[in-house]
Design a protein around this ligand. Structure first.
Ligand SMILES: Nc1ncnc2c1ncn2[C@@H]1O[C@H](COP(=O)(O)OP(=O)(O)OP(=O)(O)O)[C@@H](O)[C@H]1O
Length: 339
């Protein structure tokens, strides 16, 4: 576990390159990273591919052409390595009932250090409910959540220093400017004032929000609000990011930047758990995935294990029984037989 003071030291020993995307929130020098580098190199050589899956060096040289290593290759390698790392986030039979509705039914998840886990499921499946219980925003009816053995619901302040959260419905203090919102997010999470200004500047650059920092957040577009909220979730350099639909409303270029930021975060030993309806995105960037339907986890594991030779979208359709919805609505489609 890493205390805030240690983080400041880590940042000092491995400063991100100035004026680059690597101004992103964290590059955590860690044993995880070193192991990732060694193991991935060995396995790629074994598979006859060029070594170098590290996100910081995504362009191995082939003559004069820089060929990026696809996210999916990095994700697959990362998944193999992460399974050997310690579990940093664990839910045990996490359950939430709203009267007769069981929104989350004994959800048990284990997220390893250096892992990027996706949560998928149809509308109303229980993704937001589960993620909000994990991040300490929605009290479970029963069950337990621990982050680095800190119980989220019995030691909230300690857990919240370890977790960065992007909640579902953004409830931002939107009468603040972007700079103020980032500043308060930092200091309220215990970041030393001396570090906050630098982190605000680096996050603003990483999320392309520099020119908006002086404007009220209430005047931001939906995508800009999502990006400032994501930046706020990272400013205290958490161990685990719990992100509900982080890519919703974000333009393609920004989405690519956000993906890169998150991949660097996990390459540095951090962990991400995020929900998304984009199965293509989950298949591309995540190494693990959990499928939730009607509040219950019905499949989980590495992305490759869960998709079982199909695309994740095909597998999801099988698991959810999608297709039935195509029946009916003849009256809407102008069928001559409709009433
Ligand atoms: N505050 C609440 N009161 C009552 N029922 C709720 C409440 N919040 C969620 N639910 C119910 O819990 C179930 C799970 O909702 P949840 O928001 O977790 O789903 P989701 O998987 O995030 O859906 P979506 O993909 O549409 O965002 C739904 O049936 C929903 O109606």
């Amino acid at each position: 576990m890493r205390a805030e003071g240690e983080d400041a030291g880590a940042a000092a020993t491995a400063p991100p390159p100035q004026g680059s995307q690597a101004g992103a929130p964290r590059v955590r020098p860690s044993r995880t990273q070193a192991r990732a580098s060694e193991a991935a190199t060995a396995s790629e050589v074994a598979e006859g591919r060029e070594a170098d899956p590290q996100p910081e060096q995504t362009a191995p040289r082939t003559g004069r052409i820089q060929v990026p290593v696809p996210s999916v290759v990095r994700a697959r390698e990362r998944g193999r390595i992460a399974e050997q790392n310690p579990v940093v986030l664990r839910t045990e039979a996490l359950t939430k009932s709203y009267g007769p509705v069981v929104a989350a039914n004994e959800v048990s998840l284990a997220v390893h250090a250096g892992s990027f886990t996706g949560i998928v499921g149809p509308n109303g499946a229980g993704k937001t409910t589960t993620l909000s219980m994990i991040s300490g925003l929605n009290r479970p009816t029963s069950g337990r959540v621990t982050v680095h053995d800190v119980d989220v619901w019995s030691d909230g302040p300690a857990a919240k220093r370890l977790i960065g959260t992007l909640p579902d419905r953004l409830r931002l203090f939107d009468r603040l400017t972007g700079a103020q919102l980032l500043y308060y997010s930092g200091v309220l999470h215990g970041v030393e004032e001396a570090s906050v200004a630098q982190r605000v500047a680096e996050l603003a650059e990483a999320f392309s929000l520099e020119s908006a920092l002086g404007r009220l957040v209430s005047d931001y577009s939906a995508g800009m609000q999502k990006k400032i909220a994501l930046a706020c979730s990272m400013i205290h350099a958490p161990e685990v990011l719990v992100l509900d639909e982080p890519f919703e409303a974000i333009d393609p270029v920004s989405a690519s930047n956000v993906t890169e930021i998150l991949e660097k975060f996990v390459a540095g030993g951090g962990s991400v758990i995020m929900s998304s309806h984009s199965l293509d995105l989950i298949q591309r960037v995540c190494d693990h995935v959990s499928v939730i339907i009607d509040g219950s986890v019905i499949a989980q594991g590495t992305v490759d294990a869960v998709r079982d030779g199909m695309s994740l979208e095909e597998r999801f359709a099988h698991l959810t029984g999608a297709g039935d919805a195509k029946k009916g609505l003849e009256w809407l489609h102008g069928s001559a037989d409709s009433d």
